[in-house]
Design a protein around this ligand. Sequence first.
Ligand code: SF4
Length: 211
Amino acid sequence: MMINEIFKSIQGETSYVGLPCTFIRITGCNLRCSYCDTMYAYEEGNEMSLSTILETVAGFNTKIVCVTGGEPLSSKDTPLLIEGLLDKNYAVLVETNGSYDIRTIPQKAVKIMDIKCPDSNMSHLMDWQNINHLTTSDEVKFVLSSRKDYEWTKEVIRKYNLSEITKVLIGTVFGAISPKLVVQWILEDNLDVRFQLQLHKYIWEPQTRGV
Ligand code: SF4
């Protein structure tokens, strides 16, 4: 399969934030979010066999492996890769953009699913059926650019009773909206969500790759 990069860092988001993690970035994405920070993963990459990927991951010696992109489910081989990682007893996180059917992700992996807000220009491509396949071990992520995105997010959380179904994460597009403001709104509305910043963008320069 086409792999853009494999690297070791700390997990910058989710409830696993701060933990050492090996990232496998799969080449390709079917969406074009307005704020995308991994455009280099749309096409760049090298063909790697499953055994070479597993060997490379083993060399980094972490307990957690995050399968990300681009969009991992844009490759038909990704479920097989996830199975291979689970067989080696890694805790596997799969970051997916919410537009593909997440039932192809093996049960034991943790699904970290985006719900694309209006300002991403991609919310019309969400597969809303996916909400029925989330568990309390999974996480959904909203990335906000504006107050309009916040109001929309609040309505989606209410409509689907999301905080009861799964873990809900709210973050901001780096540099687009004040995190302080969003935290204030969350507290005013008493939302049952976890606010997050992309930790890696504060440790390293925001554009740094492979961190
Ligand atoms: S889903 Fe992710 S990789 Fe694809 S365009 Fe959106 S932000 Fe970029």
